[in-house]
Design a protein around this ligand. Structure first.
Ligand SMILES: [Zn+2]
Length: 294
């Protein structure tokens, strides 16, 4: 073998070496840049937006999923937090229900970030906050799903390695709190329930329907620790290692002391977002830890 044929063989060998080397080096480079340094980890941030919910879920496959975003007055804080945590695009925004402490920041947030999909309860309110919310999500020109498209028991296709199961949604509920999208988020062996503001009657429906499936590591307690929720049956079924109450100064006496006492009995640890400056739940798929962000 000589001449042009030898050169072609050498060139093919050289190309193979370069391709193999790049295949080894590229993932290492990506890891070193920190872009994928939480491969295998799920991060769930419960932001401190006083009496309101704003929850960011960062999945191992790089999806940023936002569940609620607090009162309008906290919009700039939420945006700053997302910017500080490498959020460029919100892959899905889930509005549990249309109350201002959950969706007030939507218009400002949607102005700032591209949002790729929206899920909401479909419960209609006659408030300016609700009208602003609908206008903002429709202006985003992305798929929008509500109670017409989703049922309890459905899995939302948001991530390849974290499942999002809808435990409750009811656009015809008697009040907006019971319309809440209740979500079970599962990463490997680690389960969280995000309860929105659902009341005890919705809790009992879920206990009857899902039973032992409700046993979780982390519970985002309903309705800022109100006595309208966190029933004994619900806490018995969920038996969380960690309970998180999203709370701050408010005019309604929340959280109820009776509920905080009950959580101390049923949950391993109880955190409040205002007490810790927000909470990070970090899961490696086998177990999880909860730490304050302050
Ligand atoms: Zn609320």
């Amino acid at each position: 073998m000589n001449g042009p044929r030898a050169l072609i063989v050498l060139a093919v060998i050289a190309i193979i070496i370069v391709v193999v080397a790049a295949g080894v080096a590229l993932p290492m480079l990506l890891r070193n840049e920190g872009e994928t340094d939480h491969v295998g980890e799920m991060r769930v941030f419960f932001l401190d937006v006083d009496q309101g919910d704003a929850i960011l879920i960062q999945t191992p496959d790089g999806k940023n999923i936002m569940v609620d975003c607090g009162y309008v007055d906290y919009a700039s804080e939420v945006i700053e937090f997302l910017r500080g945590h490498d959020v460029q695009v919100i892959d899905a925004f889930i509005a549990t229900h249309p109350d201002p402490d959950h969706i007030g920041s939507v218009p400002t947030l949607f102005d700032e970030f591209r949002v790729l999909s929206v899920y909401h309860s479909g419960f209609v309110k006659t408030t300016q906050t609700y009208e602003n919310f609908i206008a903002a999500i429709e202006a985003e020109d992305c798929p929008i799903y509500d109670d017409n498209d989703i049922d309890a028991g459905d899995l939302l296709p948001l991530s390849s390695n974290v499942t999002f199961e809808v435990l409750s949604i009811d656009s015809t509920a008697e009040d907006s709190n019971d319309a809440s999208i209740v979500l079970k988020v599962t990463h490997g062996d680690v389960d969280l329930i995000l309860e929105g503001d659902a009341s005890w009657s919705t809790e009992l429906d879920m206990v009857e329907r899902f039973g032992e499936e409700l046993d979780v590591e982390v519970l985002k307690v309903s309705h800022h620790g109100s006595s309208s929720a966190s029933s004994y049956d619900w806490l018995d079924a969920t038996s969380p290692e960690t309970a998180i109450v999203c709370i701050g100064p408010n005019d309604w006496g929340l959280p109820a002391q009776s509920i905080m006492d009950r959580l101390e009995t049923y949950a391993g640890e109880v955190y409040t977002t205002d007490g810790e400056g927000g909470i990070l739940v970090l899961s490696n798929g086998l177990s999880c830890t909860a730490t304050g962000l302050a």
